[in-house]
Design a binder for this molecule. Structure first.
Ligand SMILES: [Zn+2]
Length: 137
């Protein structure tokens, strides 16, 4: 099994609903996501995928959709206020935990037909959450 990993730094804000820790308040992270692709065989160039291909597909999407945005649960009562202030945000169905954001990026990567094994979202330099394909050995 071959694997390649591309690292993509991005900044995001969020807050967690129904949570008593510090992350219940609006705040931001200097996040770092690792996109890990896998393949049993290498392509004609001897690669799983070109690192630039991951960059061009996933980093462009992250830069446009998530970077410097608030990532919020669609049930967050703050949304009408953000609309009123013409603030930008990205809504997801779940509480925007590091786990949920890792799965969001995993799902996008998979939707682009990249053979993604795992996505790791480093929320801080010491903590990451990951989402992985079930079938990768
Ligand atoms: Zn946080």
């Amino acid at each position: 099994m071959y694997k390649v990993t591309r690292e993509i730094p991005f900044c995001y804000g969020h807050r967690l609903l129904n949570y008593s820790g510090k992350c219940r308040h609006l705040h931001g992270h200097n996040g770092r996501v690792e996109i890990e692709l896998f393949s049993e065989k290498l392509n004609e160039l001897g690669m799983v995928r070109d690192f630039d291909e991951i960059k061009n597909i996933v980093q462009v999407w992250i830069d446009e959709r998530l970077d410097h945005k608030m990532i919020l649960c669609k049930r967050d009562p703050l949304i009408p206020m953000l609309d009123q202030l013409k603030e930008v945000y990205y809504l997801i169905d779940e509480n925007p935990t590091a786990e949920a954001i890792a799965k969001l990026i995993y799902d996008y990567t998979a939707s682009q037909h990249l053979p993604v094994a795992e996505v790791r979202l480093w929320e801080t330099p010491k903590s990451y959450a990951s989402y992985a394909a079930e079938k990768v050995r």
